[in-house]
Design a protein around this ligand. Sequence first.
Ligand SMILES: Cc1cc2nc3c(=O)[nH]c(=O)nc-3n(C[C@H](O)[C@H](O)[C@H](O)COP(=O)(O)OP(=O)(O)OC[C@H]3O[C@@H](n4cnc5c(N)ncnc54)[C@H](O)[C@@H]3O)c2cc1C
Length: 264
Amino acid sequence: MKAIVCVKQVPDTSGNVAVKENGQLDRASMAAITNPDDLNALEAALKLKDETGCEVVVVSMGPPPAEGMLRELLARGADRAVLISAREFGGSDTFATSQIIAAGVNKIGVEKGDVVFCGRQAIDGDTAQVGPQIAEKLGIPQVSYVTDIQKDGDKLTLKRQLEDGFMVIEVETPCLLTCIKELNEPRYMNIPDIWCAYDKPLEVFNFETLKDDPLIELDTIGLKGSPTNVWKSFTPPQKGAGTMLEGVDVAEQLAARLAAKHLI
Ligand SMILES: Cc1cc2nc3c(=O)[nH]c(=O)nc-3n(C[C@H](O)[C@H](O)[C@H](O)COP(=O)(O)OP(=O)(O)OC[C@H]3O[C@@H](n4cnc5c(N)ncnc54)[C@H](O)[C@@H]3O)c2cc1C
């Protein structure tokens, strides 16, 4: 049994977001971190390992420096890592990214009992499309926005967050779950795992490794094959400071202001 965790290395967007003259994100000038939701996905996988003794495999598609992040995740308790990296994969949009990652996961192998974990969304691309698209490509059930996981044999009972409530779903394995931060609190690294992080296996899947996988269509990967293109990224102009209304009659004041602008 395996828990496969898809992890993206992202620029730390909690500070200033740098944009190049051509409108693209200036990733080089920002610190690279593990996508926050993906740490919740890893924690869910580690909990499954605590319960069942399953193997935890972390997978990332990205340039070679993403190896550093994968080593950190091995130090956090994952058993092995796979870096999907090739020039041919660069510039892929979410559709292309998903089929390449699906092919990587397919190569690792997905069997009865296995669970593929993703974060809900990446803090840079922010589309939340990759997890569901990987499941679609692999032909396995998917549940998004997961806030609780209970294992019952080969089935999982999941709590899924909705805008105004929760949904409880039973799903057969193998399946793919997208995790949100309410699911758990990621654990700290421990000394034994830090100690052996560099002894754990880290494999690179390049173009040669994946090009013949049945889930990959070679004309729809990379920059050229991607059906969407990012033309421009920009920071929206800051909104005005706003006005604080005070006094016991704020509702009347607000109504009068809206009426003056013919909004009500
Ligand atoms: C040089 C460059 C060029 C690009 N060009 C385009 C373009 O032309 N058109 C376009 O639409 N996009 C483009 N992108 C963006 C890129 O396609 C997305 O960053 C990527 O597909 C992931 O989408 P997302 O960030 O919205 O992830 P989300 O769908 O928000 O991520 C959800 C979850 O999926 C998993 N995941 C996502 N990405 C990865 C990954 N790489 N490895 C492992 N797991 C992952 C994680 O678990 C994550 O939490 C480009 C990116 C780069 C770096």
